[in-house]
Design a protein around this ligand. Structure first.
Ligand code: GLA
Length: 367
């Protein structure tokens, strides 16, 4: 279909486009993105597909498995929560046409593996292509963050959308939220006889139910008390006490751990990584207080069964832990964690062997 876009330029509008974007695990650097710190995520090979087909009747229809939502442009703020990840992107990208959006995904939902950013970014890539919007990757990341913060109502920090767009196979991505800079850091555990095991506790994780937002507020309060724009800039914490001191101590120590982790990767010193993962978990558990019993058990039991290091990943309050495990110990670690969960009367966790995958792309289509 050939037509003029909003700038009046003749363009080729494709009839149906599929955008694809990955989930992620954050290796280290948790709850530091909105504090102006550094973090080190990888994109997963688990991805979301969003197929966008333009319609000329102003109707917006979102279909995902057995769920569907239908509304109209101009009234997208009425979308149900699950569909608002899609309508939020339409609003943030200022798309004023009707669309059908079909979604399928193998990124587990609510597991702290960023299924929301995978959805937002796959939809944004497809919309950009189908409507010839010409948005840069930077603009797409910003639109997806806005969609989540303003339209979904999750006050997240931008890490998830950045890795969903900029991830590269066999690499982790060092993101500095103070300067906006990014650096690919080679990450290939299998070359060192290790596997990155994701342990999904199946404890439901949501970023809109207050825990995440209250940590963000406390961090902001701590930065304000120190006269700083962002907590990651802090060095002297002596003016803080109680919860605000603990939150600040986590942020400052976590950023130092990210730097040490990256240095160790550059030096090919994989033995240094395990203790840094463990220290990160302890800090998130005791100082930032975003872990939960299931995550703590997953981490402790994984280590006892042979993991060289383990920690919760993502926003916390449930979701997943990651463990760096010698390849020959993976089955033993999984068995030990499952046994520990069952013994406590909890549901069985799910496991994924994570491989660093690529960031979002458009599916090739025969013309
Ligand atoms: C969630 C948020 C991210 C980040 C992490 C914690 O995944 O979406 O922005 O804050 O929690 O590191």
């Amino acid at each position: 279909m050939s037509e003029r876009n909003r700038t009046g330029v003749e363009s080729t509008r494709r009839t149906s486009v599929t955008g694809i974007a990955p989930g992620r695990v954050n290796l280290i650097g948790e709850h530091v993105d909105y504090n102006g710190g550094r973090c080190l995520p990888i994109a997963l090979t688990q991805v979301t597909h969003a197929t966008v087909t333009p319609r000329d009747d102003g109707v917006v229809r979102v279909v995902s498995g057995s769920r569907s939502w239908e509304g109209r442009v101009g009234r997208l703020d009425e979308a149900e929560q699950w569909a608002s990840y899609v309508t939020g992107v339409l609003l943030a990208l200022e798309v004023e046409d009707g669309v059908d959006v079909g979604i399928s995904s193998d990124v587990p939902i609510g597991a702290g593996l960023s299924s929301s950013a995978a959805l937002e970014c796959s939809v944004a890539f497809a919309l950009d292509e189908v409507f010839d919007l010409g948005r840069s990757h930077e603009e797409i990341v910003a639109a997806c963050v806005r969609a989540e913060q303003e339209y979904v109502g999750a006050p997240t920090g931008g890490l998830d959308q950045a890795i969903a767009v900029y991830g590269e196979a066999s690499q982790a991505l060092l993101i500095d939220f103070a300067s906006g800079s990014r650096e690919q850091v080679p990450f290939d555990p299998s070359a060192h006889g290790l596997a990155l095991l994701v342990i999904d506790t199946k404890v439901s994780h949501t970023l809109t139910d207050g825990g995440y937002g209250s940590r963000r507020d406390e961090a902001w309060e701590a930065a304000k008390a120190l006269g700083l724009s962002h907590l990651a800039l802090a060095s002297d914490l002596s003016d803080l006490s109680g919860a605000l001191l603990r939150r600040a101590r986590h942020v400052v120590s976590e950023v130092a751990r990210v730097d040490a982790f990256v240095q160790a990767l550059h030096a090919d010193d994989w033995e240094a990584l395990g203790p840094l993962l463990v220290a990160s978990h302890v800090s998130l558990r005791d100082d930032y207080e975003v872990s939960c019993e299931e995550l703590d058990v997953a981490v402790d039991v994984a280590r006892e069964a042979g993991a060289v290091g383990a920690r919760m990943t993502g926003g916390g309050f449930g979701g997943s832990a990651i463990a760096l495990v010698p390849t020959e110990r993976v089955e033993a670690v999984q068995a030990a964690v499952t046994t520990a969960f069952v013994a406590r009367g909890w549901g069985r966790p799910a496991y994924i062997l994570a491989e660093p995958g690529r960031g979002a792309w458009i599916e090739d289509q025969p013309d």
